[in-house]
Design a protein around this ligand. Sequence first.
Ligand code: ADP
Length: 411
Amino acid sequence: MKLADQHRSSNRTVLVVNSGSSSVKFSLVQPDSGIEMAAGIVERIGEQQSRARLEFGCREVERDTPVADHDAALRLIFDMFDEAGGNLETVGLVAVGHRLVHGGRELYEPTLIDDAVVAKARELAPLAPLHNPPAVLGVEVARKMLPDLPHVAVFDTAFFHDLPAASASYAIDRAVAEKWRIRRYGFHGTSHQYVSEQAAEFLDMPLDKLNQIVLHLGNGASASAIAGGRPVDTSMGLTPMEGLVMGTRSGDLDPGIIFYLARTADMAVEDIETMLNRRSGVLGMGGDNDFRELHRIIAAGSEPEAAHARLAYDVYIHRLRKYIGAYLAVLGDTHVITFTAGVGENDAKVRRDALTGLAPLGVEIDEHLNESPARGARVISAENSPTTVLVIPTDEELAIARACVAVLEVA
Ligand code: ADP
């Protein structure tokens, strides 16, 4: 079958690549059935010992070996896939989908990648210095290795491109904002869009009639307010640092802290950025960015670690509740609140603490449903709660794969 025809066949697959600074995540997805055929990760790229894992059907391959760069990482992925008995030639691969975090003002629709798109994405590096350069590197390596396939960029910022000006704009000097393209771009857009659409489908309600709050609580965390399928506010801004407290990022803070540290603590801007991105949030305050571990430290009660972890948890919940309150006000009448991503899908305590006491605002959780170990999309609100509360697993890879084939179909 020619490649051009292959993208219409129903067992077609898309290789989804998500390149971070020191890791490459990848998965092989059938966009039509939603089946994930293979998934894996190469971590600690460039360090002395890297780790790579691949699951393909019931087979698992692991490698602990130095991986010098992204080029080596992608080669290793293909090797491991061969070792697991897979064959990229025969899985009906029709495209490679790349997650790009920042698309700036101009790149937002899922886009067929050519040299000009790569150049543009490279130019956007100053807007997302931690995210865009490794993603662009991943695109370049993958294009070299799979030159006959279309490569498609899917931007984290896309869903929020048309945020209303009142929520997209910062109250700063207009000329400066315009010249330097400073606005609230929003991130995790693929997840917010996917989950809000799934919520409508799950409730069997038209998307355009629903006012929704989506809480994407993973290692990174963000909230969005969505009216009739269109986002009207989101917690992340120019960069993915704004908003909720996250695994390793501070979220909202007084910008004065940065000037104070630069002037008084004599910290370089890069060091402040690293501290706010990598050594803040629940890790920086509480000693671990994994909520399972955070709960364990608190339960163990050994001081002062337990007190630090407790405060980190309390700050996390306090910020989350502030955003929920803000978005209830932004939307007016909220029909659905949905929790998603690693913490949102798995941590019943976080969900309960985020919503306890909100019955006067129309939000009431059912303790029993909330504690249920069920997986998959589910309701966790009380029967008489005016706002329905859901847990819906996100699937950014599937959403990226579907966006890819949609691009191919119009191309
Ligand atoms: P990302 O994609 O941003 O790396 P995920 O959405 O996979 O993040 O979320 C990872 C986080 O989810 C972990 O750091 C951990 O805090 C949390 N998590 C995963 N499983 C559980 C669980 N069973 N209970 C509580 N938290 C969990």
